[in-house]
Design a protein around this ligand. Structure first.
Ligand code: ADP
Ligand code: MG
Length: 231
């Protein structure tokens, strides 16, 4: 089944100078388990696209389906549940809670969904082990390096085994070597789980490691995958 289906998706904002169209008539399908990099100049609408995919920002027109469902048709409560259960986010800033330990930070989406059981703690520790942070479970984020904080943020984003993982310039604040490590971990965390990954990045080296690339420009999209299929 398609993970993401956009048909004629449009996003426009009313401004005092008139309507500002950010994204125009985007049509594309992303299959379950695909890993897609999104690139494009600053201000072209990459974050806006991710917010719409993340059920945070309603499209102005066209249709958006996630796993066959239009999440914008759900009421607020069902929409929040859908988001928490099926979608993970990683941002440029880690957004970790400073007063919580590394392990607690990873468990926050579980807390939001109800309560934390032993199995969740085991999963959190397993994820932290995968990203090389087993010896940091009880640390506060303030004691970690930028790359380590972002690795914790990755674990938190995948703790609920999301169907769709959205990352908005997740390596944007990191030095190139650390950025490569975090990028590799991101790809590895989704490699075997069937999770669909959509990652906005300025890094050509990170984008090059994705099997598919979307380039946003002037409200439209160039899709490397579509180009290959047409050839
Ligand atoms: P990117 O992530 O590619 O840098 P964004 O998606 O953040 O770009 O923004 C795309 C454009 O949309 C920018 O020109 C921005 O100013 C504009 N924009 C974003 N949110 C709003 C809003 N609420 N009202 C008006 N314009 C907005
Ligand atoms: Mg952005």
């Amino acid at each position: 089944m398609a993970s993401v289906e956009l048909i004629g998706l449009t996003k426009a904002y009313p401004t005092p100078e008139g309507v500002l169209t950010i994204l125009r008539d985007l049509t594309l399908t992303i299959k379950a388990g695909e890993a897609v990099a999104v690139t494009g100049p600053s201000g072209c609408g990459k974050s806006t696209l991710l917010s719409m995919l993340g059920v945070l920002e309603e499209p102005s027109g066209g249709s958006l389906r996630l796993f066959g469902e239009d999440p914008y048709r759900l009421d607020e409560t069902a929409r929040a549940f859908f988001r928490n259960a099926r979608i993970g986010f990683v941002f440029q800033d880690h957004h970790l809670l400073p007063q919580c330990t590394v392990e607690e930070n990873v468990l926050i989406p579980k807390l939001a969904a109800g309560r934390v059981v032993e199995q969740d703690v085991v999963r959190a520790r397993g994820l932290l082990e995968q990203v090389g942070l087993s010896s940091r479970l009880m640390h506060r984020p303030g004691r970690l390096s930028g790359g380590e904080r972002q690795r914790v943020a990755l674990c938190r984003a995948v703790i609920n085994s999301p169907d769709l993982l959205l990352a908005d310039e997740p390596t944007g604040n990191l030095d190139p070597a650390t950025a490569d490590e975090v990028g590799d971990l991101l790809l590895r965390l989704v490699a075997d789980g069937g999770t669909t990954l959509v990652c906005v990045t300025h890094s050509e080296s990170l984008a090059d490691r994705f099997p598919r690339r979307l380039r946003l420009r002037d409200g439209g999209v160039v899709d490397s995958h579509a180009a290959v299929e047409d050839a």
